[in-house]
Design a protein around this ligand. Structure first.
Ligand SMILES: C[S@@+](CC[C@H](N)C(=O)[O-])C[C@H]1O[C@@H](n2cnc3c(N)ncnc32)[C@H](O)[C@@H]1O
Length: 251
């Protein structure tokens, strides 16, 4: 009960701060806290914001990169304009959307990729968590070739089966890969951020992140054989999304 009260109190406090500071979503503070801790984004950087709706992270990214930087965001849902950012609508895994992102890059490479992507939630937690992790692997596979040597990458992960395997698949691409739970994360038991720094493209394995991740998970859950009647596996994955009374998006 006491923990529940503390969680609600914290959530209200971040929501009030978001409203007072003009951010569209409480999630803006998650990126701010990642930045405070890891100094991921610098002035003048070129940033790709994956899963940018409603625009909280894009607002923070624009502040961080300043007038000489550039921010391109992409989301399935159309996003109201954020001054200083180019926000595209589309599925990051769709080749047409990827083509549009490449057009915006116009041959340049990225300094930082920030991804807060969360797929549509069905309520079947194990399936949702598995879909979310595969999507994160796909984001890495699309975006890593666009990232400069030495560049940074942060992404949301959902706790559960496959987290360690995904981290292991990503590790060879960076010299530092850390987990971080910002205070502003409402449900810290299911949500954690991976913060990767110092991209090392020369060490990149030939096989994609997704393939290495899926191979490792298959091994973990007992090979590729399909059980006739598999037992459900417990997971702590929980995501709820609603609009609060004050109009700020709950992210
Ligand atoms: C938690 S929200 C992002 C909040 C955002 N960082 C902010 O601060 O405003 C996650 C977003 O991921 C988006 N998303 C999910 N799957 C996607 C996909 N395949 N391609 C692009 N965006 C996707 C959802 O539409 C959703 O808006």
């Amino acid at each position: 009960m006491a923990d529940h009260w503390v969680e609600n109190h914290k959530r209200d406090s971040w929501r009030k701060q978001a409203k007072a500071s003009g951010y569209r979503a409480r999630s803006a503070f998650k990126l701010k806290q990642i930045q405070e801790r890891f100094n991921l984004v610098r002035e003048g950087d070129f940033v790709l914001d994956v899963g940018c709706h409603p625009g909280g992270w894009a607002q923070v990214a624009v502040e961080l990169v300043g007038d000489d930087g550039k921010v391109v965001g992409v989301d399935l849902q159309p996003c109201a304009p954020v001054e200083g950012a180019i926000l595209l609508t589309g599925d990051i895994t769709d080749p047409l959307t990827q083509e549009r992102i490449l057009e915006e890059l116009d041959g340049e490479t990225l300094n930082v990729i920030v991804s807060d992507i969360s797929p549509h939630i069905t309520g079947k937690w194990d399936m949702d968590q598995s879909v979310a992790m595969t999507l994160v692997a796909d984001v890495f596979d699309f975006a890593l070739p666009l990232l400069k040597k030495g560049g940074g990458f942060t992404t949301k992960l959902f706790q559960g089966i496959g987290v360690e395997e995904l981290i292991a698949a990503v590790r060879p691409h960076f010299s530092s890969v850390r987990r971080f739970s910002p205070d502003a994360s409402r449900n810290s038991s299911s949500e954690v951020y991976l913060v990767c720094k110092h991209h090392t493209p020369w060490k990149a394995p030939k096989v994609s992140v997704r393939e290495r991740y899926e191979t490792a998970v298959n091994k973990l859950v007992g090979g590729e054989e399909i059980e006739a009647d598999p037992e459900p596996v417990a997971s702590s994955f929980r995501v709820r999304r609603k609009k609060s009374d004050d109009g700020l998006e709950e992210h």
